[in-house]
Design a protein. Structure first.
Length: 170
């Protein structure tokens, strides 16, 4: 994948687009190269050149995960987990504890910008778990988070569309 410029000619240039998307590759070591042109858009990733940065991974929709600021929700989730673990044993608490681990994760991004996504994230995206296999994903940058989408998820969203574009060719 291109390190310096996106390939092709996007309709709206990435540097002026409020939301933009690019194709990316999960490498054979199951890492995603988060390009500096992506990470530089987020205040919560501004220190990435100096030190490792933790981000919150949200796995709420199968086929799509979101990377967002660790603060304030990461520490709040840890506190909730601790409180639920100390409370009386109940099925509801146990399910909440499982869902916290199922729906959220922590990802450490270092100055190389190549975090290992981990088995839970790869499985959530529907990507192979074994090493040595490369996969294509779509990376969309929104004002508050980075979305990583499987090809299948992106294609479903593409077909679903939006009524805002109904008057344009399909």
């Amino acid at each position: 994948m291109p390190e310096t410029r996106p390939s092709g000619h996007p309709l709206i240039p990435a540097d002026t687009a409020r939301v933009f998307q690019e194709v990316a590759e999960v490498d054979s070591y199951r890492r995603l190269n988060l390009l500096p042109r992506w990470t530089s858009r987020f205040d919560w990733l501004k220190d990435i050149k100096k030190k490792e940065v933790d981000v919150l991974v949200v796995l709420s929709e199968p086929g799509c995960l979101k990377l967002t600021s660790w603060e304030p929700d990461g520490p709040r989730l840890l506190q909730l987990h601790e409180r639920l673990s100390e409370d009386d044993a109940s099925d509801e608490n146990f399910e909440a504890l499982r869902l916290i681990q199922d729906r959220f994760g922590r990802l450490t991004i270092d100055k190389e910008h190549r975090p290992y996504l981990g088995d839970a994230a790869l499985a959530h995206l529907g990507l192979p778990l074994q090493r040595g296999v490369r996969s294509i994903v779509y990376v969309a940058l929104y004002p508050q988070y980075i979305a990583i989408m499987s090809q299948e998820y992106r294609n479903k969203k593409l077909i679903l569309g939006t009524p805002l574009l109904d008057e344009f060719p399909s």
